[in-house]
Ligand binder design. Sequence first.
Ligand SMILES: [Zn+2]
Ligand SMILES: [Zn+2]
Length: 353
Amino acid sequence: MNAQTVTSVPAYAVPAAGAPLERATIPRRPVGEHDVLIEIKYTGICHTDIHRAGDETGGIFPMVPGHEIAGVVTAVGSGVTRHRTGDRVGVGCMVDSCRECDNCRAGLEQFCANGAVETYNSTGRDSGPTYGGYSTHIVVDENYVLRIPEGISLDEAAPLLCAGVTLYSPLTHWNAGPGKNVAIVGLGGLGHMGVKIAHAMGAEVTVLSRSLRKKDDGERLGADHFYATSDPATFEQLAGGFDLIVNTVSANLDLDAYLSLLKTNGTLVNVGAPPAPSRVTMFSLMGGRKTLAGSLIGGIAETQEMLDFCAAHGLGSDIEVISGEQINEAYERVLAADVRYRFVIDASTIPAG
Ligand SMILES: [Zn+2]
Ligand SMILES: [Zn+2]
């Protein structure tokens, strides 16, 4: 398959909000001057995929989800300088942005003032809909394509493109490292990467999980301590203990209780998004000058930095590889929290036509 002939490729698509995924053929734009054609090897299944696939108001259908993409470059445009045929590459949540606003110039493309072009369920700069990674090939501007170092296998690298950077960015921004007590709330697709990365950064890591069911896993992943949040004693025992808490849970938690676990000047940063507004008592912030914060993926340069960091420390995602036919079942299992810790679709199993 060469650059000139790729105009339509096999995929798994969601035909309408809430409908099961089915086999489809989707268009990919011709490889432009600054484009890279990627043969997709693996794509992770993110919670966001499932949320968007069921979104009756904001979803663009048919939808091809997938923004944790790992593959190999099979063709490049004439003006491409950053990637070559044969390179191992990844694509995360964005495939373009305006490149001119303050945020884009600062490497914070995820906060592009004109709206970053998301990898799927978005409108590209060519005005066409974007289709994500549940597919065999994708065409992306070279500036939004990441290098995957040799130190990580492509299947374990795929989830780093969203889950990995979603945790790496706040851990870096709020200085997780030696001498810092960091708590990760929730041990799922996001949380398990948070434990690995915070541990590799040298922080003392505590997992706060609903039960002790995943305690052995947490310790294997690098946690120094593991507590059950269903036990009220946990909040008494750990009061005032953390410099940084990263909350990966996308359900409404008692934020006041979690803020009580912070040291003076500590930060509770949220990377999960509950559907309903959250409540917080201002005294929980005022006493101890605490910060309640949020973080969303990371910029392109930071995503590369994360991949290089993970490769240097031998970190990939813990995954379960599935075939295209198993995506619908995998969605059910993600919703039931029955995955340790990320499903990754083997793109070679996506049938043509
Ligand atoms: Zn995601
Ligand atoms: Zn911008």
